[in-house]
Design a protein around this ligand. Structure first.
Ligand code: IPE
Ligand code: MG
Length: 255
């Protein structure tokens, strides 16, 4: 790999030349897929170690977004459906999430760049120690406004819409909201991602081309980009190519 480094730097430079800083997507969402397949093609690597490598990629990714001036990042870390995986994998992942949320509170990059961290999903499905770690991460970054990192955990877009409907109907029942006044904005404000700008670009790694319940409401006009790299092997050049592709597209919004 080290021998390839200068080549990658040259390639990064080559692609970056084509990027227009003023046309960067404000909000990039990413489905970090392929951790276990990455582990499988290494020698002697457990699926959990695949997930650990994926966590390192996320740290790198955050750094690239800082450098490129991307303001909002939403990452799909764990879906509600992932609870159906083998119990030892789920437990290993929960331990990893706990450690990583706790790590956020101490992470220099997060504080230096004033990144606000927020977990989005059905958090009540998570073990208590993970929820506590999330509280610590959110509280330690709550005052930041420079960047926002949403971590979708215990997340499923359909369940989010169901919960949104429940919230809105509760307001109607209490007489606080007239059904006639329900519009897209009201729905948007009652999502887990309340009030957030929709993602401009959604990336999925590992060659899979599915939503898998990610941001179903919010993705309505997003540009989609799929790449073959497994998430732990996702490099800056892959990201730059995604951004170049995004900038080359003509965004139409149905017009
Ligand atoms: C993504 O990688 C991480 C999670 C969904 C937790 P996977 O665990 O889905 O890895 P593959 O897709 O089986 O290779
Ligand atoms: Mg997968």
């Amino acid at each position: 790999m080290s021998i390839l480094k200068p080549l990658y730097s040259a390639y990064e430079w080559y692609i970056s030349r084509d990027l227009r800083p003023e046309d960067m997507p404000k909000h990039v969402a990413i489905t970090m897929d392929g951790n276990r397949r990455y582990a499988r093609i290494q020698r002697n690597m457990s699926p959990l170690d695949g997930h650990k490598h994926g966590k390192n990629t996320l740290e790198d990714f955050l750094g690239w977004c800082v450098d490129l001036g991307i303001e909002i990042i939403t990452v799909y870390a764990f879906s509600s459906k992932n609870f159906n995986r083998p119990q030892d994998e789920v437990q290993g992942l929960m331990k990893l999430f706990k450690e990583n949320f706790e790590g956020i509170a101490k992470n220099k990059k997060i504080h230096k760049n004033e990144v606000r961290v927020k977990a989005v999903g059905q958090l009540d499905l998570l073990p208590e120690d993970v929820r506590e770690a999330i509280d610590i991460a959110e509280a330690s970054t709550a005052s930041y406004n420079n960047m926002l990192l949403n971590i979708a955990i215990g997340y499923d877009g359909r369940l989010e819409i169901v919960d949104t409907i429940k919230k809105i109907s509760g307001k109607v029942k209490e007489g606080k909201l007239d059904p006639e006044d329900i519009n897209e904005e009201v729905v948007n404000e009652n999502l887990y991602t309340a009030g957030l700008d929709d993602p401009n670009l959604i990336i999925r790694t590992s060659g899979e081309e599915r939503f898998s319940g990610f941001l179903l409401w919010q993705a309505s006009y997003s540009e989609l980009y799929f790449c073959d790299s497994y998430w732990p092997a996702f490099r800056k050049v892959d990201f730059l190519r995604a951004l170049r592709s995004y900038q080359q597209r003509e965004r139409r919004f149905g017009v």
